[in-house]
Design a protein around this ligand. Structure first.
Ligand code: UDP
Length: 417
């Protein structure tokens, strides 16, 4: 069965027919997408699934990763934090490190394409490769830049303002820009190892392998070990809840090659856990999709206690498994969770602890939250919808100078225009 056919039961035949039509309109275009890591984090997760699906439609998207040294990724991590509003120093030398790495990548990459789709701040400078007249450039921003540190934003805007369009995950992420902004939410792939149905045997085998007993309710957060995911806050909330309800905590995650802070945060988590046998800190390799799937499915409650967040794919992943989710009301999370309907939104450690206790004590309510959440994800956050919106955007950019844009099957194709 093709990947596309596998989506029919979730999104219906009409959506697939439409995707095929859009794909046919973009055949033979050269589309290049660039981000900053092949593994770890939501962007890599999506590209790994989106590209095979688009290939099935005849749309060949080539994926490249920007290369940089430790100094470059230390600078871009600070840029990332500063865009999220954390005070960071950004020196002239930092700017030079960024420009130099950009120059090297521009020299090495093939950036001569019909569409250049560039993710987040790290590769934003590739716009330097823009040739007059050729190719449309899209900056796909996955993070919330509504209230950034000004000097850092001004530095980036020197690049961003030269793009043809930008894409944000939520209206609240964007800012006043001189270029068009398109809102497209990310997505999960229900057919991937991370999200497909698993048998009880498969789930049990993973828990056995990871040595997590299933003797009591399990509260879980799956995330990179990043301060903004607040894993230490999760440990504190768990301890508060555990005074009332006996349970286990699983904190599962790995690193990303573009995130130099992971090991420091992991150390802080171990310190906070302090050898508690009910706290399981599981370090996962980037290939651990089946493990994450099983951990999520085998959990009673899922947390995503982020302090700042992009979209927060892990929330949709958990909701897709019909799990009750307690998540920070930040970034794209409120798009996925409507409080007390498709999950719980919290703002504090105490609030998180309160709701862990509530959901453990009210399994019917918890089940309803999960069921509503799954339906919300089915209609809004699956890969087929996401790809459809990207293809529409590419077509729009290609034809943007025309007064009437026709996407129907009878429309003349580009060759005959
Ligand atoms: N993820 C993973 N391994 C880990 C931690 C996270 O595969 O050790 C995945 C997670 O399942 C999700 C993505 O990485 O698909 C994280 O995306 P999200 O938007 O939640 O956060 P980001 O890491 O991009 O800030």
């Amino acid at each position: 069965m093709s990947l596309l056919d596998g989506f029919e039961e979730f999104v219906g035949r009409g959506t697939l027919d439409e995707l095929r039509l859009l794909g046919a309109r973009l055949k033979d275009r050269k589309i290049v997408t660039v981000n900053s890591t092949a593994v770890g984090g939501g962007v890599a997760e999506i590209l790994n699934r989106l590209i095979p699906l688009s290939r099935e439609l005849g749309v060949d998207i080539r994926w490249d990763v920007i290369k940089g040294g430790e100094d470059f990724f230390a600078v871009t991590k600070r840029i990332h934090n500063a865009l999220h509003g954390k005070a960071e120093t950004f020196t002239a030398h930092d700017g030079e490190v960024f420009r130099e790495t950009t120059r090297r990548n521009v020299a090495e990459m093939d950036l001569d394409a019909d569409v250049l789709f560039i993710h987040d701040p790290q590769p934003v400078g590739l716009i330097e490769a823009r040739k007059a007249g050729r190719g449309r450039w899209v900056w796909r921003c996955h993070i919330d830049v509504a209230a950034p540190q000004q000097d850092v934003w001004q530095f980036l805007d020197g690049y961003v303002s030269r793009y043809d369009a930008s894409v944000f995950s939520a209206p609240s992420f964007s800012r006043d820009l001189s270029l068009p902004q398109v809102m497209i939410t990310p997505s999960i792939d229900p057919l991937s190892d991370k999200n497909r149905e698993l048998s009880e045997g498969e789930i049990a085998a993973v828990f056995d392998r990871l040595k997590i007993p299933r003797d009591k309710p399990i509260v879980t957060q799956v995330s990179r070990f990043d301060r903004l995911k607040d894993p230490v806050g999760v440990v504190v909330a768990f301890r508060l809840a555990k005074k009332y309800n006996d349970c286990r905590l699983v904190l599962a995650g790995g690193g990303a090659t573009d995130d130099p802070e992971g090991s420091e945060v992991l150390r802080a988590v171990h310190e906070a856990a302090d050898g508690d046998p009910d706290i399981h800190v599981i370090e996962l390799p980037p290939t651990a999709n089946l493990e994450i799937n099983a951990i999520q499915r085998g959990s009673t409650v899922i947390l995503q206690k982020s302090l700042k967040e992009g979209f927060g794919l892990t929330v949709s992943e958990a909701l897709w498994k019909a799990k009750p989710v307690i998540a920070g009301a930040v970034g794209g999370i409120p798009l996925q969770v409507t409080h007390r309907y498709s999950g719980i939104l919290t703002h504090t450690i105490e609030g998180t602890a309160f709701w862990i206790k509530q959901l453990l004590n009210a399994p019917d309510f918890a089940r309803r939250l999960g069921e509503n959440g799954r339906e919300h994800v089915r209609t809004n956050f699956l890969l087929a919808r996401h790809l459809r919106e990207y293809l529409l955007l590419f077509l729009f950019l290609e034809h943007r100078d025309e007064r009437v844009i026709r996407l129907d099957a009878m429309a003349p194709d580009r060759a005959s225009l």
